[in-house]
Write a protein of this length. Structure first.
Length: 149
């Protein structure tokens, strides 16, 4: 699994020109499920995201996690996080899981994150979405359960 994690002042998603989900403060996560991923990867990555210390403490150091900061998480399914653009100019998405495999794992990630007690909002799996965010910092972290980077 791959995730692009952004610390945001606010984020929202629109589906079919209608507001769908929004958070005021916290993390925007673009999540990609790879063909070899399992629900155990989702749980492990959710734990990593939940405890990622990328919010400022009293001294201004990145030492607090999303719960410490009183934030929420907006999770958007994004197979494009698995795009491979090393050859040519058109990314290949062959590493991404097929939708019928990816959806339950995406949902498992969201459920595992929610089980930690924080507010989790979701996009709509396999839908065209318009995502709006005000990045805070900006702070953007790339995570990969395969540890390929």
């Amino acid at each position: 699994m791959r995730a692009v994690v952004q610390r945001v002042a606010q984020a929202s998603v629109t589906v079919e020109e209608k507001p769908y989900s929004a958070i005021e403060h916290g993390l925007l996560v673009y999540l990609g499920v790879a063909a070899h991923d399992a629900k155990s990867d989702a749980v492990a990555l959710a734990h990593k995201v939940r405890h990622l210390r990328i919010f400022n403490d009293e001294q201004g150091r990145l030492n607090c996690d999303v719960a410490d900061a009183g934030g929420a998480v907006l999770v958007i399914s994004a197979f494009t996080t698995l795009g491979d653009a090393r050859k040519g100019r058109r990314p290949a998405y062959t590493a991404a899981a097929k939708p019928e495999q990816a959806d339950p794992i995406y949902q498992a990630f969201c459920d595992a994150l929610e089980a930690t007690g924080i507010t989790v909002k979701r996009g709509v799996f396999r839908s065209y979405m318009q995502v709006t965010a005000i990045n805070d910092g900006p702070v953007c972290i790339l995570l990969d359960t395969a540890k390929s980077f």
